[in-house]
Design a protein around this ligand. Structure first.
Ligand code: DGL
Length: 277
């Protein structure tokens, strides 16, 4: 069945963090309706095995397809790292992840060819960003391919600190100094914020690393990529009014509403538990 451009965009994440991607989607695609699913009962994904992350990701996509979504945005970096290909091979709708857009932006912004990657343990272990960086550099930036060097580090505590709202706290700065010193030593000039939560910590990360390091927000790049995909597929919604946002979670909605506000940048209305659908 052909996709309808009036259908919503589906977005999923392991929890609340994917709202950083929704925020960017609303900015770049203000007329699109969005159905968001946050798997709050099973978060975090970043510490789970490949098999489990694949299974959860397929279940999340199946849930979103109930709403006849015209494409699925995998906002979760961990799911994107591990399950994107599986989803793309098994579903007809366009499936957009965060890895490729983030990697492309990092390569185009680096001058020294030294790129850092931070993310959850599962994302870093998967080496998905490294593979994508090499693939894109080879085909699109051959002059940068030979000198490309990557340094990666998992920063699991950043997730809790962002959810706690300790965005400019001395404790967060201390943790950031410890995690990020390697990027200074290796003189990276472009750092991929490879986790949904990290855009909230941009100020602290920037203050620790200093000027001269470009912080690549994969949420923003993913929204731009979604717009490009919808344009290519002739699926951009042409209606003039603001899109409607609906949110579903697998656990208690109230907590999602309160912690989600800072990720989305506005109040979250219209949340339901997925089993009520
Ligand atoms: N949403 C996850 C990601 O972007 C972070 C939280 C988790 O570990 O599930 O990788």
């Amino acid at each position: 069945m052909a996709q309808d451009k009036n259908n919503p965009i589906g977005v999923f994440d392991s929890g609340v963090g994917g709202l950083t991607v929704v925020k960017q989607l609303v900015k770049y695609l203000p007329c699109e309706d969005i159905v968001y699913f946050g798997d709050t009962a099973r978060v975090p994904y970043g510490t789970k095995s490949t098999k489990t992350i694949e299974r959860f990701s397929v279940e999340n996509a199946l849930f979103l397809l109930r709403f006849k979504v015209k494409c699925i945005v995998v906002a979760c970096n961990t799911s994107s790292s591990i399950a994107l290909k599986l989803l793309q091979d098994n579903f007809k709708a366009p499936i957009i992840g965060v890895i490729e857009p983030g990697a492309r932006e990092a390569i185009s912004s680096t001058k020294a060819g030294r790129i850092g990657i931070i993310g959850t343990s599962a994302t870093i272990l998967s080496k998905a960003y490294e593979s994508e960086l090499k693939r894109i550099a080879k085909s699109e930036f051959p002059q940068k391919y030979l000198s490309l060097k990557t340094v990666s580090k998992s920063c699991p505590l950043f997730v809790s600190l962002a959810e706690e709202g300790w965005l400019n706290d001395p404790v967060t700065k201390q943790v950031a100094k410890r995690y990020l010193s390697v990027f200074k030593q290796k003189k990276v000039d472009s750092l991929i914020l490879g986790c949904t939560h990290y855009p909230l910590l941009k100020d602290v990360i920037g203050s620790v690393l200093g000027r001269g390091i470009c912080l690549v927000d994969s949420a923003r790049q993913c929204a731009i990529e979604t717009k490009n995909v919808l344009y290519r597929e002739e699926l951009l919604n042409t209606k003039k009014q603001k899109g409607v946002l609906r949110f579903f979670v697998s656990d208690e909605p109230n907590k999602f509403a309160s912690s989600g506000r800072k990720f989305l940048g506005s109040a979250i209305k219209c949340i339901r538990r997925h089993e009520d659908v």
